[in-house]
Design a protein around this ligand. Structure first.
Ligand SMILES: CC(C)(COP(=O)(O)OP(=O)(O)OC[C@H]1O[C@@H](n2cnc3c(N)ncnc32)[C@H](O)[C@@H]1OP(=O)(O)O)[C@@H](O)C(=O)NCCC(=O)NCCS
Length: 214
């Protein structure tokens, strides 16, 4: 495991080595072309192309190779961390996730993720988002992680709400995809936000002086 490099997220990002982090069921590994065939099989999915900014459909081996080359040069800057989500029990590739635009001055970054169709609905995206947030806040010492989703991506919004992100608003026509300007909903979680959905405060019971619990 790598040392924690305090106070400099760019240096810390450079220092991270594979496997970068583990959770109960997942290992977050740096991209590896040994997974290219599975990567192509899972990413060749119109749902992923629909809800992400730049994943094409159909998705071919040449797209995986281009993505890998881009990752290699982005990784050198320390401003981007990309991971493959690998199941610990059997080594299966489940999806991908990462931090982009890691900003060491303002201590913020943007999170992105996808899970292959056969593996959805089992909590893997939530587990990956929680693990990456832990890495962002504890190891990179970031203050804020943002996520931008296209309006209507209900599954992704649920993942974010379940992992402590809050909707801050809609950035109108902020990106162009296939030549069309699109709105993006901005979610964010701060390092001291709880890692789960904000629950309504319970009213104190009559006659009780205890403070309401969260
Ligand atoms: C959005 C996306 C990443 C969600 O992935 P996922 O792995 O299905 O998400 P999760 O399984 O973590 O969460 C989905 C549900 O599974 C439930 N779940 C099932 N088993 C679970 C378990 N063992 N632990 C926790 N949650 C579990 C969760 O509660 C959640 O249900 P809810 O939505 O009713 O609350 C996936 O649909 C995807 O890749 N979409 C296309 C790409 C995309 O949209 N990426 C995001 C761009 S911003």
């Amino acid at each position: 495991m790598t040392r924690r490099v305090r106070g400099d997220p760019t240096r810390a990002a450079r220092a991270l080595r594979s496997p970068v982090a583990r959770s109960r069921r997942l290992e977050l590994r740096l991209p590896d072309l040994a997974f290219a065939p599975e990567l192509v099989r899972l990413l060749n999915d119109p749902t992923i192309a629909r809800w992400t900014m730049s994943v094409p459909y159909p998705y071919r081996r040449s797209d995986a190779l281009r993505w890998y080359r881009r990752w290699r040069s982005a990784q050198r800057t320390g401003r981007s961390l990309r991971f493959l989500l690998v199941r610990r029990s059997d080594g299966a590739l489940l999806g991908g996730a990462g931090l982009h635009d890691i900003d060491p001055e303002h201590l913020r970054a943007e999170i992105g993720y996808w899970v292959g169709r056969p593996f959805r609905g089992q909590g893997y995206a939530q587990e990956a988002v929680l693990t990456i947030c832990r890495l962002a806040f504890r190891r990179l010492r970031l203050r804020r992680v943002e996520a931008g989703i296209f309006p209507g991506n209900v599954r992704s919004a649920r993942v974010l709400r379940a992992t402590g992100f809050r909707l801050e608003g809609t950035m109108r026509k902020t990106v162009r995809k296939h030549g069309i300007s699109r709105d993006v909903e901005l979610y964010a979680r701060l390092s001291d936000d709880p890692p789960g959905p904000a629950r309504a405060r319970r009213a104190p019971r009559r006659g009780s002086s205890a403070a309401p619990t969260r």
